[in-house]
Design a protein around this ligand. Structure first.
Ligand code: NAP
Length: 276
């Protein structure tokens, strides 16, 4: 009787009926299925670029945090957490996934940590797409801190009217600073019952222009900005505006990342995909 070669057994096992999803034989044997962990503009753009590679099938994953997410225009999209590391490992094996790119935000530390471990456990080629952090340049007045709670401590020494551009998830760290007024910018409002500092909430999604950022800082008489060091162009205008106006920026540094293969932009990720 015909004995299946090992590569075929493993491929058939990974594409077992439990994971059957109407893929053609060509899909199973020729196309590689790529999972992109997303939630960023880069991830959405990567999904489009990767879908244009003939032998790649793209699945994008979003956490489901925002009401109107940046949904990739090509490939399929799944939304919601996997259920921790074990859930992600199960997903990688069941779908099954052949290649994994983590293109989440640099501050999304938990999913990135899970992805690095899960890819190693499942022996799946894995890449981190992470845009470079912003670097301080002449004229910048940054106070670099390691966390949002350190940012809150740094503020109490010097500030009265603060622009909090950290999204909505870490607002609680500033809720006890009653002597200050905060302009808070986020895509969606904070969850009900979240402690929020005293001030005004602006709902907006980048990119933001330099002219608008400058105007905002002047209109609200902002004396300090708190920002994550997110990197990228979409939210950098506030840093330039702060430099021009001599406003200090309390800059929250990125959480550490695993020592894994990484690229800085979408084109780097495409080159990696082609090499797989
Ligand atoms: N943190 C930020 O400043 C920021 C800014 C812009 C965009 N985002 C995007 O928003 C998402 C959530 O950020 P976070 O800081 O809350 O992440 P996180 O703390 O690293 O992740 C918390 C949990 O959310 C789920 N999750 C996160 N990203 C996911 C994804 N792409 N697909 C499926 N599940 C995901 C995972 O749940 P399970 O454990 O159940 O799998 C993860 O353990 C990320 O995808 C990120 O790219 C974050």
């Amino acid at each position: 009787m015909f004995e299946k070669p090992r590569w075929l057994k493993s491929r058939l096992h990974r594409h077992s009926p439990a994971s059957a999803d109407c893929r053609t034989l060509k899909d199973i044997f020729v196309k590689k299925r790529l999972l992109i962990l997303g939630g960023t503009g880069d991830a959405a753009f990567l999904a489009v670029r990767a879908s244009q590679i003939a032998d790649i099938e793209v699945v994008s994953s979003l956490a489901g945090r925002t009401k109107q997410p940046l949904t990739p225009k090509m490939g399929t999209v799944r939304i919601g957490g996997f259920g921790g590391l074990a859930g992600l490992v199960g997903f990688l094996l069941d779908r099954p996934i052949d290649l994994l790119i983590d293109a989440t935000h640099p501050f999304a530390a938990q999913i990135s940590a899970n992805a690095a471990v899960a890819a190693a456990e499942c022996n799946i080629p894995y890449l981190l797409l992470v845009r470079p952090a912003w670097e301080m340049v002449e004229g910048d007045r940054w106070i670099e801190v390691a966390s949002h709670s350190e940012a809150a401590t740094a503020l109490s020494a010097q500030s009265q009217r603060v622009f909090l551009t950290i999204g909505r998830q870490e607002l609680a760290a500033f809720a006890g600073l009653d002597a200050m007024w905060f302009l808070m910018r986020a895509i969606d409002p904070p969850a009900p019952n979240t402690p929020v500092p005293n001030g005004k909430l602006l709902l907006a999604r980048g990119p933001f222009s330099l002219e608008d950022e400058r105007q905002l800082l002047l209109e609200y008489h902002i004396d300090t900005i708190v920002s994550k060091n997110s990197g990228g162009a979409a939210t950098y205008a506030k840093i330039i505006a702060a430099r021009e106006l001599g406003i200090p920026v309390v800059m929250v540094q990125r959480p550490p990342i695993a020592d894994v293969e990484q690229v800085a932009d979408v084109e780097g990720a495409i080159s990696w995909l082609i090499s797989q």
